[in-house]
Design a protein around this ligand. Structure first.
Ligand code: FMN
Length: 209
């Protein structure tokens, strides 16, 4: 597949066959993911790979509980719509492998600047360092999705589960200074998802020239 074909044919896969991909294949996907660029080459990523069905079930239960709590605070008229939306937050449940890419911000600048730095710039430093970690790990995540597709696997990135981020971090043993980027459901696709629509690039671009 050319890169063009790979990008255009990737789909978010949410239904999987039960058999897991071999561990070596998952390892190879991660080797490809870590070729991603990152700020100051800090490589602000780690990957927690979950194959234990009872752990995946506990993760899904935590997310379902968070969705139910949020549902109690959604106006009556929007509850049905929220239920349908929240249903997508646990779609990793049927995957034989769930990967949690995790990230942390770096502290290159914030360790360097003195407290006399104006508050606005100090805030900018903090945000840029946190976001740099998240962006770097997200680029690795995209490479992981494309590598999975190229290897004949189906995958989907999901941030809905982060409604239960605190519980997920406990279940997965993620250190407090790290955040979960998303959950990636991974396996052999059961069926072919329909393509989704995109606005044309020209419709979402503004040139300044
Ligand atoms: C940041 C991000 C968060 C997403 N969260 C979820 C999610 O919680 N549940 C889900 O089923 N899909 C989730 N998706 C998948 C999107 O719904 C999907 O990418 C989009 O509908 C376009 O479809 P496609 O990926 O098949 O092209 C997420 C995708 C991204 C990039």
């Amino acid at each position: 597949m050319t890169l063009d074909e790979l990008l255009r044919s990737r789909r978010s896969v949410r239904s999987f066959r039960p058999e897991p991909p071999p561990d070596e294949v998952v390892e190879r996907l991660i080797e490809l993911a870590v070729t991603a660029p990152s700020a100051s080459n800090k490589q602000p990523w780690r990957f927690v790979v979950v194959k234990k069905p009872e752990v995946i079930a506990a993760m899904a239960a935590a997310v379902r509980e968070a969705v139910a709590t949020v549902a109690e605070h959604v106006p009556m008229g929007s509850q049905e719509a929220f239920a349908a939306y929240g249903d997508y937050f646990t779609r990793f449940e049927g995957a034989p492998v769930v990967i949690a890419p995790i990230f942390r911000g770096h502290t290159v600048l914030s360790n360097l600047v003195s407290p006399s730095l104006p508050a606005e710039l100090h805030e900018a430093v903090v945000v840029l360092e946190r976001d740099s970690g998240l962006v770097g790990a997200s680029l690795a995540l995209m490479s992981l999705l494309l590598a999975a597709h190229d290897a004949g696997l189906g995958a989907s990135a999901m941030t809905g589960p982060l409604l239960a981020a605190g519980r997920l971090k406990e279940i997965l043993g993620v250190p407090v200074s790290w955040g979960i980027v998303a959950l990636v459901a991974l396996g052999y696709a059961a069926g072919e998802p329909r393509p989704t629509e995109r606005k044309a690039g020209s419709k979402v671009t503004r040139w300044i020239r």
